[in-house]
Design a protein around this ligand. Structure first.
Ligand SMILES: Cc1cc2nc3c(=O)[nH]c(=O)nc-3n(C[C@H](O)[C@H](O)[C@H](O)COP(=O)(O)O)c2cc1C
Length: 199
């Protein structure tokens, strides 16, 4: 049985291409392992706050010295990290907003990237501590970034590869749904993306 954590970062519900594509990935994973369990974390319904002073204070305070304020500020970060630890597979939906990820998804990443907890510094450089996980990222875009003039303006896939790898999640497969705003391909964009899924 695989434990799947599905991260949603589009607020568009049933209209969302990244949710549909991520769900298609989950369907394929379930075909392989029917008893898989899926936990859905919709970041748009329960958004993580931008990092504020209270969060940073808590991040850099040892647990044995927590004040009540530290404890309250760090609770959601701890929970988000535990959810990842409890999963075997992450399936992340990532719509492109202004060439990068949404601020909703970025806020979650800011709360799960913690020195001493999900990565550590060593003399050889930083080492990720969340190991043994597989991640699939359903990246959806209005334009086309796999080839052509805009290829170098995709900051979603290189950023997520780096950010997930930094905390130890190095086995990442990107599934690209692209051209949702390009009239020549928008009707077939989702099916093309679903056909490209390999799990
Ligand atoms: C605020 C906003 C910004 C966007 N920025 C871009 C962009 O920079 N490049 C692009 O190709 N598409 C852009 N799009 C289009 C979305 O990436 C595309 O519609 C995608 O399917 C959205 O995913 P979703 O359907 O899961 O919400 C943007 C859409 C929105 C709403």
């Amino acid at each position: 049985m695989a434990r799947i954590l599905n991260i949603i970062s589009s607020p568009r519900g049933e209209q969302s291409n990244s949710i549909k594509l991520a769900n298609a990935v989950i369907d394929r994973l379930r075909e392989k392992e029917p008893a898989s369990f899926v936990k859905v974390k919709d970041l748009t319904r329960n958004p993580f706050p931008h990092l504020e002073e209270v969060h940073l204070n808590a991040f850099f305070t040892p647990a044995e010295k927590y004040t009540d304020e530290n404890r309250a500020a760090i609770q959601h970060s701890n929970q988000a990290i535990q959810e990842i630890m409890d999963a075997d597979i992450l399936v992340i939906g990532a719509p492109m907003y202004n060439f990068g990820i949404s601020s909703t998804l970025k806020a979650w990443i800011d709360h799960i990237t913690r020195a001493g907890i999900t990565f550590k510094y060593t003399p050889e450089g930083p080492v990720g501590l969340i190991t043994g996980k597989k991640a699939y990222v359903a990246v959806t875009t209005g334009g086309i970034y796999s080839s052509g003039d805009y290829k170098s303006f995709d900051f979603v896939t290189p950023y997520l590869k780096m950010a997930l790898g930094f905390i130890g999640i190095t086995d990442v497969t990107f599934i690209r749904g692209e051209g949702f705003a390009v009239s020549a391909v928008q009707e077939t964009a989702l099916d093309t993306a679903i056909d490209s899924i390999v799990v």
